[in-house]
Design a protein around this ligand. Structure first.
Ligand code: HPA
Length: 273
């Protein structure tokens, strides 16, 4: 089956389960999944039930598509995502985003947990992604290009919509957070970085490092979606902090900032439609 037909099969299935026509898509990162509970009139579909979706394994990701409204705007939330480090093929990692694109969203908000490197980022900060560096060692668009998804050589000069960045900054200021912007760099993981790697990443211009988001952002732009990204800085990157890194620290920090994060999403999503 052509990748495009798999995408459309998933779209048809979702349409058979919910009449909602979502305009905004959201991907919830590690420890940030609780926001899905805030949707009104929601229908939830476990990833495993949707044709061609893979199963999700990481702790803190429950793996459901939740369709509902946020401030009156029809929204599709991916509660959990597929990571490349889990061993999934990169086409499977980006599949849900492509499905949302064909389901009709025009804007996509990507969230993640990340280690802070630059810009005086500290654990608990919510960084507005202003650009990214693909350090994963592969591109999700490699292979035959299907023009029904997008062009062969998509422009990446403005991946993160400047208007959305402003919108998020204004919402942050409104809830008393100092807006911070930065460059997100994705590596494949799953091991965290060494201090020498973090020094290298700082030299490359990265403000935060993580293991997701970039493939999804590339595919979303390929499809012509407007993209926004927020990194929850859950820890200082290796060597910047003296402490060893742990997944526990990541989920604990995400838990601590959850209420701010959820308020921010509630404010921003309706304005992204
Ligand atoms: N490095 C990579 N990915 C991460 C980190 C980190 O320090 N924190 C949360 N995700």
């Amino acid at each position: 089956m052509e990748p495009y037909d798999k995408i459309m099969a998933a779209v048809e299935f979702i349409r058979s389960r919910s009449a909602l026509a979502p305009r905004v898509g959201v991907v919830l990162g590690s420890g940030l999944g609780e926001f899905a509970g805030r949707l009104q009139d929601a229908a939830a579909i476990p990833f495993g039930e949707i044709p061609h979706f893979r199963r999700v394994s990481v702790a803190g990701h429950s793996g459901r598509l939740v369709l509902g409204t946020v401030g009156g705007v029809a929204t599709a939330v991916l509660q959990g995502r597929y990571h490349y480090y889990e061993g999934h093929a990169i086409e499977d990692v980006v599949f849900p985003v492509r499905v949302l694109g064909k389901l009709g969203i025009t804007s996509l908000l990507l969230t993640n947990a990340a280690g802070g490197i630059g810009n005086e980022l500290r654990p608990g900060d919510l960084m507005i992604i202003r650009d990214h560096i693909n350090g994963m060692g592969l591109n999700p668009l490699r292979g035959g290009n299907d023009e029904r998804l997008g062009p062969r050589f998509p422009d990446m000069s403005t991946v993160y919509d400047p208007e959305f960045q402003e919108l998020i900054a204004a919402a942050q200021a409104q809830i008393g957070l100092e807006p911070r912007r930065g460059v997100y760099l994705a590596l494949s993981g799953p091991s965290y970085e060494t201090p020498a790697e973090v020094r290298m990443l700082a030299g490359l211009g990265a403000d935060a490092v993580g293991m997701s988001t970039v493939p999804e952002a590339i595919c979303a732009r390929h499809m012509g979606l407007r993209v926004a990204g927020i990194s929850c800085v859950t820890n200082l990157a290796a060597g910047i902090s003296r402490q060893p890194l742990s997944h526990r620290e990541v989920t604990e920090t995400a838990e601590r900032v959850k209420s701010f994060f959820m308020r921010l999403l509630s404010m921003v999503i309706p304005k992204m439609a």
